[in-house]
Structure formats: structure tokens, C-alpha cells
Design a protein. Structure first.
Length: 99
């Protein structure tokens, strides 16, 4: 869901923007800022030659980042640590989860 949220946020932008994208997922942050070039160079394989998990989502995110024309400042925030924006996003996400 963390990746889907980032993908949908970028899809919602209708013109190139300067974006501060706050996320509490180190997986998504490191994937997009560190690991992605290596995965692509290795044919979407990890350093241990295993297929990249969620490759369809990574490819969708990569496409949006590469073609959207956005200037994205990726910012990590600690989850469940009182950050107002993160707490609000968590509350909204939980409203969408069936009980």
C-alpha cells in the first residue's frame, strides 16, 4: 500500500510540480533513491539475483518519476512518532480499511 499511495499521489498531479514527498517507508525511499538504478541495470533482479518484489509497482513508480517532469524531494519521516502529516495520513488510511 505504501507504494500504491506514492503512485496515486504522483498520478494526481496534472502538471509538472516541485514536490516534497513525505513517506514513512524506508523500503520505498531506498528503493526509489538507491536501489532502482541497479535493479533496472540487472533486468529487475536484486543484488542476490532474485526477482525484485513488487516489480509492477516499481516499474509504474519509475515511469511516473521519469516522465512526470516533477522535481521530487523525497523525505523520510518516522511513522507513529507524532508527525502531524504522518498521523493524519495513517488515520485516513485506517478509515479505508474494513473492520
Amino acid at each position: 500500500m505504501e507504494m500504491t499511495a506514492v503512485i496515486e499521489a504522483l498520478k494526481a498531479l496534472k502538471r509538472p510540480c516541485k514536490v516534497q514527498l513525505h513517506l514513512d517507508s524506508k523500503y520505498v525511499l531506498q528503493g526509489i533513491t538507491e536501489w532502482l538504478p541497479g535493479w533496472k541495470a540487472k533486468g529487475w533482479k536484486t543484488a542476490s539475483k532474485q526477482p525484485v518484489k513488487n516489480v509492477d509497482l516499481w516499474q509504474a513508480l519509475d515511469h511516473l518519476v521519469q516522465t512526470g517532469g516533477h522535481d521530487i524531494d523525497w523525505r523520510w519521516v518516522k511513522g507513529h512518532a507524532g508527525d502531524p502529516g504522518n498521523e493524519r495520513a495513517d488515520a485516513l488510511a485506517n478509515r479505508g480499511v474494513p473492520i
